[in-house]
Design a protein around this ligand. Structure first.
Ligand code: NAP
Length: 495
């Protein structure tokens, strides 16, 4: 059944656009991007003249492309799929066979776009990053980059600072920085938007959001999935580049940045950049003390036996690619000096979970008897499997004695607002059409992130050659527990 959205801000009709979806037959396009576009269409946000052109090398008719997209939308738009809405969306869909590495194949694309120079023209590059530079050169050389154009780049943008810079140079030859949308879909998540609302829409938290009040911060992005056929890609990338360089660092920036002076995209991106530049470098032998990298071996996830990373299809024998990273980051600013930020992410972990946990300082003096141990206040921002924000406080448990127990003050975002929340890609795609850059990474941010990440990888190569093994279905190598327990803390849920 179609579930309407009632929030007025969602319902604004967008300007006319042509979306050229390079990689329009790929996994990301079919599972995420096209279902997200369908949902926005069903919410009434698109003008009747807007068009989507799927692009890939394979020859197929428009009809067969529409049939493929319908199958995918039925599966992935789930409760929102509605047959009558679908007819309107199908009319928006077109297909062209283009090989981005053969500029001579761009004729069909040019013919499709001709005469619509005034509408927002979006080139979404949903394909391997090794094709980004060539694709931008071919778009530019064919004269298709108009002043109203935007180019969208999926992660991972490069393998290191040098390769990212090379891609950025090619893109910048044809598009201005205000036309470039570098996606980190974590920033599109509703819970991340709510974190911004919590921080900058309330006076309550700001005095507490600093050293002296916050003891430590943890960011966890845990997956239960393994390679799912992506072994050859993943083996070239690893968890540090695939997850830490983008998603985890962006979440850290949102927590740690100073209040921006306005909601202007550059005001926020300036503040995130300052955080990235203030991260204390982890280099050389420091990697042994401040980072842990792991690789899963065979085990069981959700009661089902699963194979180890080295047995996954397409993974070369003896690979030392990490499928898990835990690290201790420090931010050298007045606000955060002495407050550790512990980051961890991995594949084939016990639970699918993305959360940020901020633990406050304990009371300076106890006058009440508590149950067991210490229970400092905690603010938990849950991003997955659902969006929720919880503040854990001490309350008196009913009865005669003054016995304190931790209880949760919870903001369940779905329950509170009773409307379907936007999926991250729905939010990001509408922002791209509007030309709003707030939730996208700027070139200098990306550069600063790589500048911090590269020495960690180099340190591993020089001092820590093999990743530590962990059993699939666990919370990672025991060294990750030691990394945090050395400082007197536990990972949330493991204490
Ligand atoms: P994919 O399933 O391998 O799809 C690649 C797409 O690119 C296909 O449509 C392919 O069609 C097309 N293509 C390949 N070479 C081409 C060429 N020379 N010219 C034109 N089209 C070409 O990849 P994906 O998983 O969708 O990933 C796309 C991008 O998103 C990658 O950068 C990936 O890292 C990123 N990403 C993916 C996910 C995900 O969940 N899948 C998540 C985050 C980020 P033909 O072979 O017919 O040309």
């Amino acid at each position: 059944m179609f579930v309407p959205l009632s929030e007025n801000d969602y319902m604004e009709t967008l300007r006319d656009f042509d979306l050229v979806l390079f990689g329009g037959t790929g996994d990301l396009a079919m599972r995420k991007l096209l279902p997200a576009m369908y949902r926005r269409h069903a919410a009434g946000q698109f003008p009747a003249t807007a068009r989507i052109l799927g692009v890939a090398r394979g020859e197929r008719s428009r009809e067969s492309y529409i049939a493929e997209v319908e199958k995918s939308c039925r599966e992935h738009a789930q409760a929102v799929f509605d047959a009558s809405q679908w007819q309107g969306f199908a009319q928006m869909l077109h297909y062209a066979a283009v090989d981005v590495s053969r500029p001579e194949s761009f004729g069909a694309l040019a013919a499709f776009l001709q005469g619509r120079e005034e509408v927002a023209r979006i080139f979404f590059l949903s394909m391997a990053p090794s094709l980004f530079a060539g694709a931008c050169d071919a778009i530019g050389a064919a004269g298709l980059a108009t002043p109203e154009s935007r180019v969208v780049l999926e992660k991972p943008l490069g393998q290191d600072r040098a390769s990212a810079e090379k891609i950025n140079q090619h893109v910048a030859a044809w598009f201005g920085e205000s036309q470039i949308f570098r996606i980190d879909h974590y920033l599109g998540k509703e819970a991340v938007q709510n974190l911004l609302a919590l921080r900058f829409g309330n006076a309550l938290f700001e005095p507490l959001w600093r050293r002296g009040r916050i003891r430590h911060v943890q960011i966890t992005v845990a997956e239960t999935l393994g390679m799912e056929g992506r072994g050859p890609f993943y083996d070239q990338t690893g968890a540090l580049r695939d997850m830490v360089q983008n998603h985890l660092l962006q979440l850290l920036c949102i927590i740690a940045m100073e209040p921006p002076t306005s909601s202007d995209p550059d005001a926020m991106r300036d503040e995130k950049l300052k955080v990235l530049r203030a991260l204390r470098p982890i280099a050389g032998a420091d990697v042994l003390a401040k980072t842990v990298r792991g690789q899963y071996k065979a085990g069981a996830v959700g009661g089902q036996p699963v194979r180890g990373y080295l047995e996954e299809e397409g993974v070369p024998p003896g690979s030392t690619t990490e499928t898990f990273v835990a690290l201790k980051a420090e931010i050298d600013t007045w606000r955060w000096a002495g407050v550790p930020f512990y980051l961890r992410t991995g594949k084939r972990l016990q639970e699918k979970l993305s959360e940020i946990v901020m633990t406050f300082e304990d009371v300076p003096h106890r006058i009440f008897q508590t149950t067991v141990g210490q229970h400092p206040n905690r603010l938990t921002i849950l991003l997955s499997p659902r969006d929720a924000i919880t503040l854990t406080v001490q309350a008196k448990s009913p009865g005669e004695t003054m016995l304190l127990k931790p209880v949760n003050l919870s903001l369940d975002l779905v329950e509170s607002f009773k409307v379907r929340q936007l999926d991250a890609y729905e939010r990001l795609l509408t922002d791209i059409i509007k030309g709003n850059l707030t939730l996208f990474m700027r070139r200098d941010e990306l550069d600063a992130a790589w500048r911090w990440i590269d020495p960690i990888r180099e340190g591993w190569q020089a001092h820590d050659r093999a990743p530590r093994q962990y059993t699939a279905g666990s919370w990672g190598p025991s060294a990750a527990t030691s990394l945090i327990s050395r400082d007197g803390f536990d990972w949330n849920g493991e204490g």
